[in-house]
Design a binder for this molecule. Structure first.
Ligand SMILES: *[C@@H]1O[C@H](CO)[C@@H](O)[C@H](O)[C@H]1NC(C)=O
Ligand SMILES: *[C@@H]1O[C@H](CO)[C@@H](O)[C@H](O)[C@H]1NC(C)=O
Ligand SMILES: *[C@@H]1O[C@H](CO)[C@@H](O)[C@H](O)[C@H]1NC(C)=O
Length: 490
């Protein structure tokens, strides 16, 4: 730590005059716009545990991993995890110790509504999130709350889950209760975290409910996610606008570089954006699906002899109801891809519809998961792409982080340092309106199919102790100084 701290002090003393390697004044490497928020993220299933505590209902992740334990390495699951259900005060303590100003967490729908409907409210679940929010506010930390981070009540999956349009109104009822209950305290809302990943659980096998309905289940569930989001936003406008909260989704997708300078590969870059980010962002910001998605999926559906497109159509009324329903843009960024034009994957599938082949550039450093290569410049690229596609919408980076197996915290520090540098370039050189970041994650947690073997936390959790003791890693201390320095400069 000593080297790190003296390095920071040196940087500060050179502030006025020095230029860095890339010619930018050092100040632009330390400053952030006034009011910029540093925060950290988690999601209910990944940290809470208490899977059946105090009347909580069963989620599709509980159900999947109880029925098919082998779905996750070493049969691990989220039954206990970090036990944030009991140790949430320890989460708030480390957030505060590091100096994070926001905490992004999700509410488990089945914890507050065990069967998914408002006819059965679990008061203990309501109290849990109220206590967490109160503890955050008492410690000067602003809550950023996601309503859906993948843990659908299993009762709703029994009639199709997101494939069934009935889920739309049930989600809106759930959101209504959450806004009513917490709306005076929570100003930042995310309806759906990574709608693309949620749909991927229907159109693929890597997330619950793991239905493998390639090229159909993904589009249909995505359609209902968009309807649910749109109606939820309108509900807030109508009933809760006096709270003054701001709503978004946490979008994800592929950040793409062309594999060659051929016109086909350069065109594949925009198509890659439209088939991932655009799938959900276009309907809520510009209205309806991206034209290229509509065209390609319709064309393939017709060639397959179908009467209707695999990508459903919105009514004109729905297009209008969904259009204009984000106040800010939640951007999850971890990595980038190289893309070229071409056909891949099974027929039909979303990947095949998109006519894009993705790969990694072998020069990009690897990490503790095979889906993440370290590409800091991609964060700047995607921020400018969002600005180009959707105008000057305020952006919060809602996830960004580095996975290891517990051995490379130094590389995690490097990851954050370089990504925050690229983020400042996006702000100061490209004029992107980025007002905050919530890193992934405050604590090591249940990383889906990788269980607890892949760690993203800036705080270690002792999974062998019933107390799940939280201890800052060097990356936690690094953030502590980074945030403090930022405040000093401001
Ligand atoms: C990989 O990245 C390097 C460095 O950015 C670049 O020079 C190279 O062209 C990329 N590789 C491919 C196949 O595009
Ligand atoms: C969506 O809303 C924007 C902004 O009001 C508008 O410019 C656009 O035409 C709308 N899209 C559709 C398809 O109606
Ligand atoms: C867990 O925490 C309790 C209360 O602080 C303490 O008494 C106990 O010794 C701890 N147990 C372990 C194994 O750390």
């Amino acid at each position: 730590m000593a080297n790190l701290i003296s390095g920071l002090i040196l940087t500060l003393s050179l502030l006025e005059v020095a230029l860095s390697d890339d010619g930018l004044p050092i100040a632009s490497h330390t400053m952030f716009p006034k009011g910029f928020m540093f925060g950290a993220s988690t999601a209910a299933y990944q940290v809470e545990g208490g899977w059946n505590a105090d009347g909580k209902g069963v989620s599709i992740w509980d159900d999947l991993l109880h029925k098919y334990p082998e779905y996750v390495v070493y049969n691990m699951n989220g039954d206990v995890s970090d036990d944030s259900y009991h140790f949430y005060k320890d989460d708030v303590r480390v957030l505060k110790e590091i100096g994070f100003q926001t905490y992004r967490f999700s509410i488990a729908w089945p914890r507050v509504l065990p069967d998914g409907t408002t006819s059965n409210i679990n008061q203990a679940g309501i109290d849990y999130y109220m206590n967490l929010i109160d503890e955050l506010i008492a410690n000067g930390i602003e809550p950023v709350v996601a309503l859906y981070h993948w843990d659908l009540p299993v009762t709703l999956q029994k009639f199709g889950g997101w494939l069934n349009p009935k889920v739309v109104d049930l989600f809106v009822d759930y959101a209504d209760l959450m806004f009513k209950t917490y709306g005076d305290k929570v100003k930042w809302w995310i309806t759906i975290n990574e709608p693309e990943s949620v749909a991927g659980g229907y159109g693929g096998g890597d997330a619950a409910p793991a239905l493998n309905l390639f090229g159909t289940g993904d589009y249909l569930s995505g359609h209902n996610l968009l309807r649910a989001h749109g109606k939820t936003y309108r509900l807030y406008q109508k009933k809760y606008s006096h709270f003054g909260g701001k709503i978004s989704m946490a979008f994800c997708g592929a950040t793409c570089y062309p594999a060659s300078d051929s016109p086909e590969d350069i065109a594949a870059v925009d198509r890659c954006f439209q088939f991932s980010f655009g799938w959900f962002a276009h309907p809520v910001i510009k209205g309806d699906y991206p034209p290229v998605m509509r065209e390609y999926v319709d064309e393939n559906s017709m060639a397959e002899g179908r009467d209707v497109s695999r990508l459903p159509y919105f009514t004109e009324e729905e297009i209008q109801e969904i259009n204009g329903t984000v106040d800010w843009f939640g951007l999850n960024y971890y990595t980038s891809q190289m893309v070229k034009a071409g056909l891949t994957d099974m027929d039909p599938s979303l990947n095949r519809d998109s006519r894009i082949i993705k790969s990694f550039n072998s020069s990009w450093p690897t990490s503790g998961t095979n889906w993440l290569r370290v590409v800091p410049q991609g964060l700047r690229l995607i921020a400018t792409k969002v600005k180009e596609a959707y105008g000057d919408i305020p952006i919060m980076v809602t996830e960004n982080g580095y996975p290891d197996h517990g051995e490379h915290d130094d590389l995690r520090i490097g990851y954050f340092e370089t990504h925050l540098a690229e983020l400042r370039r996006a702000i100061y050189e490209d004029g992107c309106n980025i007002f905050g970041i919530c890193i992934w994650s405050i604590i090591d947690n249940f990383e889906w199919r990788n269980g607890y073997t892949v760690k993203f936390g800036v705080v270690n959790v002792d999974f062998n102790s019933p107390n799940r003791t939280r201890t800052l890693k060097n990356s936690g201390y690094w953030f502590q100084h980074y945030i403090a320095m930022h405040k000093l400069v401001e």
